[in-house]
Design a protein. Structure first.
Length: 216
């Protein structure tokens, strides 16, 4: 049966985080379609992976027989994360926007799993693995909005997940999540509510379609 790798990176717990809530909705439908499947959940806020070190980075370019004990240990930790990713039939990532980019914990995970000659390069081992990203944000950075040029989450993850790792990338983008709590955005609450509703609908639909696609 299929394996889903579910990664959360929001610092907010449970329903306080829209990226977590929407990802949970996706996961629930996935589990209904794959009752005997496996879900591997990594909560990078509660249990962050180490930032990549000089030993972990340099070991990727060193002959295994010539690695120092420190390089070998650091590289083994990277390989565990890489194998977890390679073994997934589908990946689900909660990626809220923090200061116009992704959480540093998610960046640390990406730095560990991107390994040229394996997951990156001409024939990445992660090629065509479907990955769905729930990219929530407090405002709107859609084309035509005043802050369109500050959208670095989708552009970065497109470059890394699709163009570098070769994954089959899809986005769910709940916007204006700060509207209910920011008086200056009160007039945008209806737009936020519409965006939130669409995000949950998209999560259920995309999970169902992906489950059916993998089962075919």
């Amino acid at each position: 049966m299929a394996t889903l790798l579910h990664i959360d990176s929001s610092v907010l717990p449970g329903e306080a985080s829209l990226s977590r809530s929407v990802a949970d909705a996706f996961r629930q439908v996935w589990e209904e379609r794959h009752p005997r499947g496996t879900v591997i959940h990594r909560d990078l806020a509660a249990d962050p992976v180490p930032h990549i070190t000089a030993d972990g980075w340099s070991a990727g370019f060193a002959d295994p027989s010539e690695r120092t004990p420190e390089q070998a240990a650091a590289f083994a930790a990277r390989v565990r994360l890489i194998e977890e990713l390679e073994g997934a039939d589908a990946v689900l990532i909660g990626a809220p926007m923090y200061n116009f980019s992704i959480p540093s914990t998610l960046k640390a995970w990406l730095d560990n799993v991107i390994l040229f000659g394996r997951t990156a390069g001409e024939t990445p081992s992660t090629r065509d693995i479907p990955v769905t990203v729930v990219a929530s944000r407090g405002g709107s950075y859609a084309p035509g909005t005043p802050r369109e040029g500050f959208e670095f989450v989708r552009t970065y993850l497109e470059a890394v997940l699709h163009r570098t790792l070769g994954m089959d990338l899809d986005f769910i983008v709940p916007e204006l999540t700060m509207a209910p709590s920011n008086p200056a955005m009160s007039e945008l609450i209806p737009l936020y509510e519409d965006s939130r509703k669409r995000a949950f609908e998209d999560a259920a639909l995309k999970a169902k379609e992906l489950a059916e696609r993998l089962a075919a």
